[in-house]
Design a protein around this ligand. Structure first.
Ligand code: CU
Length: 163
């Protein structure tokens, strides 16, 4: 588990370094300071956490998204005071057995009546160029933008998933 997480982080760092962000970066993340509409539906987010990162570094955000509703939703974007550069990624296995990351241009589907887990080795949110160092024990805010609503979360900075 720890080895795998380290490998993913290395992949993340290399990927971020080489690609300069998967695909063309739009200005869609520039309104991090606008006031979000708070969702009134019944979704909940648990176990939100981020990896530690130095100032200017790359981190990843993970969480469990509980959608008990009868309708599917989509995670379209993340905003956070930590950085204006975020992307929603999925992890893919290449033909040679190595893993890589791909940006989900259409967002992450959140199926009805389902818990969707973002985790190392799976879907995750990439956060580039963090404004200040994220150290173990810190807490970072993030807003999950869904189809028409948004949901605020507080992520703990940890090196492994909450149990
Ligand atoms: Cu990634």
């Amino acid at each position: 588990m720890i080895l795998r997480a380290s490998a993913l982080l290395a992949t993340a760092l290399i990927g971020g370094f080489m690609l300069g962000g998967c695909g063309s970066e739009s200005a869609s993340n520039s309104d991090a300071s606008s006031s979000p509409t708070t969702s009134t539906d019944t979704v909940t987010v648990t176990n939100a956490w981020m990896r530690p990162a130095p100032e200017g570094g790359v981190t990843a955000l993970y969480f469990e998204f509980h959608n008990p509703d009868a309708t599917a939703d989509t995670l379209t974007r993340i905003s956070t005071p930590v950085s204006e550069r975020t992307e929603i990624h999925t992890t893919v296995e290449n033909d040679d057995g190595t893993t890589g990351m791909r940006e989900l241009d259409d967002g992450l589907p959140l199926p009805a009546d389902t818990v969707t887990t973002l985790h190392p080795g799976g879907p995750h949110v990439m956060i580039y160029d963090v404004d200040a160092a994220l150290t173990l024990g810190d807490t970072a805010a993030a807003t999950l933008h869904l189809s028409g609503t948004s949901h605020d979360v507080s992520a703990s900075v940890r090196s492994s998933p909450p149990q």
